[in-house]
Design a protein around this ligand. Structure first.
Ligand code: NAP
Length: 318
């Protein structure tokens, strides 16, 4: 625990605003909370920046016409939140009690109390749940291209999925791998047209359409996948040294199921002002039930949630 962390804990104070999660939504809420002169603290259990940190090139966040790396954008957002006196603590939230006037977030080490709470827990990549997936995770199976691409220099690999993640990560992996096969369960992609155009133009990337992966096989490391064509039902083996899984995301909200209303997929239900089912508790970012999941929308959410929290606190003070 850093000196800064200890200082905060020893005060045992009640903050105006506690923010759970330090991705673009949480960092923006921190910036807005700080600027509104709310005593604001942000808790982040993993790396500040969330999924943004593992994104190689961001070309759809306004203000950076030449693109920016996720690491750089994270650093800038964190610096800006801190500049407005948002405290940022590296602790993982495990439990939330939000029914009363004071909201409490328990972390592994401490307990933080606030008069308002913004939930920005984000999402994580979905697992396919097939044989070999768990066994070979870290030994050929990966969910993060920027983390693991260097292990696959000159390799023949597969990427599973047909959304924005599958295509952007495949486009990043082409700098390392020799050959990339995108395995998609349909014959058309879900990803944005701009990523499709780039992937179709890339000679190292090819596609296996209408195909699902049923098993990942190997000895010490991945050697092949067993795939099934969903139209012909034909099963065959496909040799590969790596499997990158991008088959969607799931919200990291299991620990919030008795705290606020979630939809059937676990996304936090809010109104247009990011207010959840519980007074004084707001939600922002990818874990909020919303139409679009982008850094730009997460940032908008963070600003909205912090503004709504500020208004809520003002009303409380009368
Ligand atoms: P996604 O958009 O939900 O796409 C998931 C892909 O995996 C789909 O192609 C889906 O197939 C496939 N899939 C799902 N379950 C499967 C299964 N059991 N077996 C085989 N395939 C399966 O998820 P994502 O690509 O991770 O993106 C998540 C969110 O982040 C999206 O809102 C996306 O727009 C956003 N994002 C944006 C960017 C960007 O703007 N640069 C980059 C990354 C992510 P079907 O198409 O058949 O459903």
């Amino acid at each position: 625990m850093s000196h800064r962390d200890r200082e905060v804990r020893d005060k045992d104070e009640i903050f105006d605003l506690v923010i759970l999660g330090g991705g673009p939504a949480g960092l923006t809420a921190g910036l807005y909370g700080g600027r509104a002169r709310l005593n604001t603290i942000l808790l982040e259990g993993a790396a500040v920046g969330g999924q943004m940190t593992t994104t190689d090139e961001i070309d759809n966040y306004p203000g950076f016409p030449k693109g920016i790396t996720g690491a750089q954008l994270t650093q800038l957002m964190e610096e800006q939140a801190r500049a407005f006196e948002c405290k940022i603590i590296s602790e993982m939230a495990t439990e939330v009690f939000a029914g009363g006037e004071t909201k409490t977030v328990k972390t592994v080490q401490n307990e933080y109390r606030g008069r308002a709470l913004i939930l920005c827990p984000g999402t994580e990549y979905r697992k396919l749940g097939i044989p070999g997936e768990e066994e070979f995770t870290g030994r050929g199976v990966s969910y993060c291209a920027t983390c693991d691409a260097a292990f696959f220099k000159n390799s023949k690999i597969v990427v599973v999925g047909g959304g924005d993640s599958a295509l952007t990560e495949a486009l990043f992996l082409r700098r390392f791998a020799r050959e990339i096969t995108i395995i998609h369960r349909r014959d058309s992609l879900r990803a944005e047209r701009i990523y499709q155009e780039k992937a179709f133009a890339e000679p190292k990337i090819n596609f296996l359409w209408d195909t699902v992966v049923e098993e990942i096989c190997g000895n010490q490391t991945v050697e092949k996948v067993r795939v099934r064509n969903v139209k012909t039902r034909k099963v065959r083996e496909f040799s590969t040294e790596g499997v990158f899984m991008f088959v969607g995301v799931v919200p990291k909200t299991a620990f919030l199921k008795d705290v606020v209303e979630l939809d059937q997929w676990g996304y936090i239900v809010t109104d247009n002002s990011c207010r959840t089912s519980i007074k004084g508790v707001f939600a922002a970012g990818d874990a909020r039930k919303s139409f679009l999941k982008q850094i730009a929308t997460a940032v908008g959410d963070g600003a909205t949630a912090a503004f709504a929290a500020e208004k809520y606190l003002e009303e409380r003070q009368g």
